[in-house]
Design a protein around this ligand. Structure first.
Ligand SMILES: [Zn+2]
Length: 294
């Protein structure tokens, strides 16, 4: 099997970072099974315990915020090496904005951390989520790659070349280097899990985080163009309509477009101390527009 390179200069990914602890704990304030629940809440506790014990689904409560926030954690699939791929949901509204991190890890692992940080922020500040909207976070779409510090999954496949698009082909590139696009579209456990989850969820807008070109690229579906432009303006990134550097085949946001789902890649800026604030401003602006009907 063609082993893909971890880094390529064309996309400014050349600073490799060591793999860090890959565990994906719930935020400290969101641990299930708190002992602070008072007796009148016994029924609620029983319900939570039942839900917590059921496979793949648990509810946790943020109790430090004064306002009760529910985060629903769902295991949407498992990686090649059997690590869970988790989705976190805040708000039960049907109109949802979804954030995906870590399709590429290794040098791009900052994409995992930014989605975790945004998830934790909205768990602590649910008042920032406009009424009628929900947020779904999949911070670590490639947990094996994260664990091993690689761009690709445990089978060496580039998970942003493995999606069911009209242009999928086995011969795929990252810059001028060949990467493994898999045996066929959705040949990988990670892409299958995410695809089925998102097609079922039908989010209004999907943001997929990468590094490090400091720009956003929309997929031209639905409201993708105005929402992406607004995010880019608020976050201080460039907005492009088409990746100009090299052809990307079997790409995630194009698969979303073929399903009619608006999506954008967010290419973070490298070594950016302001990344969280910038992306929070971008996301808040998107939520404001979506709440207003965009
Ligand atoms: Zn990437």
């Amino acid at each position: 099997m063609n082993r893909a390179p971890v880094v390529t200069p064309e996309r400014r990914e050349s600073t490799s970072r060591p793999g860090e602890d890959s565990s994906l704990p719930l935020p400290g304030s969101l641990k299930a099974g708190s002992s602070r629940l008072s007796p009148p809440l016994v029924a609620l506790v029983a319900m939570l315990v039942l839900l917590w014990a059921s496979p793949g689904l648990e509810l946790t409560h943020a109790q430090d915020t004064g306002r009760e926030t529910e985060i629903e954690r769902e295991v949407i699939g498992r990686s090649v090496e059997d690590r869970p791929i988790a989705a976190y949901r805040i708000g039960d509204a049907e109109r949802v904005v979804a954030l995906i991190g870590g399709i590429h890890t290794g040098a791009e692992e900052e994409s995992v951390h930014i989605v975790e940080e945004l998830r934790d922020y909205f768990a602590e500040h649910p008042d920032q989520l406009p009424r009628g909207l929900g947020l779904v976070f999949v911070p670590n779409a490639n947990p094996d790659g994260y664990e091993h510090g690689t761009r690709v999954n445990a089978r060496g496949v580039d998970l942003n070349r493995n999606w069911p698009t009209e242009d999928w082909q086995a011969e795929a590139y990252h810059g001028d280097r060949r990467v493994d696009a898999g045996d066929e579209p959705l040949s990988e456990a990670e892409t299958r899990a995410l695809y089925e989850f998102l097609v079922d969820l039908q989010p209004h807008f999907v943001l997929s985080y990468h590094g490090y070109a400091a720009l956003l690229e929309d997929n031209d579906a639905g409201a993708a163009e105005p929402l992406t432009r607004a995010y880019a303006e608020a976050a201080g990134y460039r907005h492009i309509r088409e990746w100009p550097y090299y052809p990307i085949t079997g790409e995630f946001i194009n698969a979303m477009a073929e399903e009619g789902i608006a999506a954008a890649d967010v290419e973070l800026e490298q070594h950016d101390q302001e990344a969280f604030q910038r992306n929070l401003q971008g996301l808040l602006r998107v939520l404001e527009l979506v709440a207003g009907g965009e």
